[in-house]
Design a protein around this ligand. Sequence first.
Ligand SMILES: Nc1ncnc2c1ncn2[C@@H]1O[C@H](COP(=O)(O)OP(=O)(O)O)[C@@H](O)[C@H]1O
Ligand SMILES: [Mg+2]
Length: 421
Amino acid sequence: MTQILILAGTAAITRRISALPGHQVASVDKEIVEKHAREGDIETLLTRDLGALPEIVIIGDAMPLQEALSIGSLIDRVLPGVELMLISEPDAETALNAMRSGVREIISPLVTDDELLAIVHRAADNLSSRLKPHLAPTVVADIAQSTVIVVISPKGGVGKSTIATNLAVGLGRRAPSHAVLVDLDIQFGDAATLLDLDPAHSIADAFGTSAAMDTLILKTFLTAHAGGFYVLAGDDSPTVGDHVRSADVKHLIDQLASQFRYVVVDTGAGLGEHTLAALEKADEVIIVSSMDVTSIRAVRKELDVLSELDLLPPRRHVALNFADRNAGLTVKDVETVIGLPVAVSVPRSGDVTVAGNRGESLMMAKKPGPVAKAITRLVDAVFDGVPPAAPPAPVAPPAPVAVVDAEAKPSKKKMGRRRKP
Ligand SMILES: Nc1ncnc2c1ncn2[C@@H]1O[C@H](COP(=O)(O)OP(=O)(O)O)[C@@H](O)[C@H]1O
Ligand SMILES: [Mg+2]
């Protein structure tokens, strides 16, 4: 079943497309399309009547051509990968302008029902052979404030990825499109799997030369999660990290921090070179420990090392995972050994395994369980508001669209890091 959205179609064409078998079709009237375009709110326009992102968008013939093309280019920018079609007389000039606006197919108003069916089938086939349409990260100039949160622990298997992924979900829900999760466990990263994503790109692409030069290219390597945030996924090859230097990691985090309000970094166990580089850029750190003596002692040692290296950001949250009253230790004992208060205790719960295996986030469950509640407290500790809305995007002319080159601006660090009181 393909999701088709008709924008500003005449009654006749809307009826004919709606009658095509095997597709879910919604249509939006011209006035409403124009209102959303004026307000620059294309994302709402795309989902308001369909309840999901469309795979095919057909701009109808009730709209003047220039306006249709302007809206086409906005949609092409917001929803890369969508099959964009235009109902219009297919003359050469229109075809060229339409192509520039991202339109893939021009449908003549005189099209027969059989031809219409064939066009839609062809588009659906195209869609099945590539990445589904996804919302592009909003293209904005540098944001003034950003919080980089690095999740660390000396040991593996203690819940870093569980906490980092669910924290990203929680932040994404509060600040849609303003959070990004980076899987910096370059060797064994599994954040994308935990989130049931099938990324077309990985962090390896992000360290390539072109991405390193250009924030906009970097953004095309992010994978959108339905929860309203982005993920820079780990790579399948465990050797990718061998070529990644500390400077690359720091540059990557700076780039993301210039574009996202919240950058959550999941890391591998211990204090590898990449984790240390991330900590240099951290505004906040979440130190994860399981509730056993060896893990707690290791956390203490790790904190001592980081303190000596002056790599502990002032905001530190200890997350005690697998918290258990019967562990033979109290939270107080843990705090005494670690030397820091425990910010949250995350209980052991079968929900985590089930959610991980299903690729569902605990935070999206209708009724949050004890783990989701604990991670929500971490979200509360980190969340510090949503950036002001970007000014509405003007309705662009059909010519190629110029975009702000965020690279040209100074980095967040140079602009002064915001520290919370
Ligand atoms: N609170 C919890 N309750 C039950 N299982 C958990 C909990 N936290 C993590 N797990 C499970 O423990 C394993 C390791 O967690 P993970 O987040 O991948 O750790 P890390 O990233 O530190 O290696 C996973 O199988 C995960 O599902
Ligand atoms: Mg992990």
